[in-house]
Design a protein around this ligand. Sequence first.
Ligand code: SAH
Length: 257
Amino acid sequence: AALREGYQHFDPRAYLQNNYLPPRADFSSEEFVVPWKLRCLAETFASGEIHGRTLIDVGSGPTIYQLLSACDHFEEIVATDYLAVNREELGRWVRGEPGTFDWSPFIQHVCKIEGRGEPWQEKERRLRDRLRRILPIDVHRPDPLGAPLRPPADALLSAFCLEAVSPDRAAFARALAHVGSLLRPGGHALLLGALGESFYLAGAARLPVVPLAEDDVRTALTGAGFALRDFRSYAMPPALRTGVDDVDGVFFAHAQK
Ligand code: SAH
């Protein structure tokens, strides 16, 4: 209940500013956190092994960076979020309405690291074209979308959501199992998230986060019926400890159901 109340004050603009502008979104060096996240995803999708009809992104928030490498490998991308303000922000970006967040530096960077010489506008167009559904979700329900996804997703992505909406590790593990039910057996799951974080700010909202250790993530994945394929972590450098949260690091996990 406290978490739900906290999210009523979540300010998408403030969240974007805190996490997706410099110093964290600085593309001049791969040492910064945003280029690290984009590289994890780009390298994982570069294998060509993860593809299919539908990819679902859980707790998309107001952001699309996490879909930039994914969108080349799926016919449809389904974005989801608990909050209408975030779903509306995403919808405005998909429709190309003026005044939305400028993701072009992210798109340009992903095109560069993917190294295919693709003009960034083409990737932008492809993602806008494939991002057809933006659905409400609550990961605390056994049926997070309110109805089963039919057919189930071929891949599942979730970035900085499950630990940011769970009061403790048990709730995190349950939420992971709930969202895992949206994925077909054999499907791939990609998780990005915060390590050792107890709160983050988004304007007037101060959201509690369950502080996770690397092993908590591995244990929850195994418990939810996933086989771990890759696990990476990033230590937040002092220059990026800006006070907008108390995150120690970031994990990336690739697992298969
Ligand atoms: N994926 C984005 C945003 C993460 S912020 C990124 O990588 O930056 C966490 C998100 O979880 C917010 O957008 C918030 O609205 C959403 N959220 C809050 N409660 C939720 C719930 N019960 N189920 C699913 N998502 C929830």
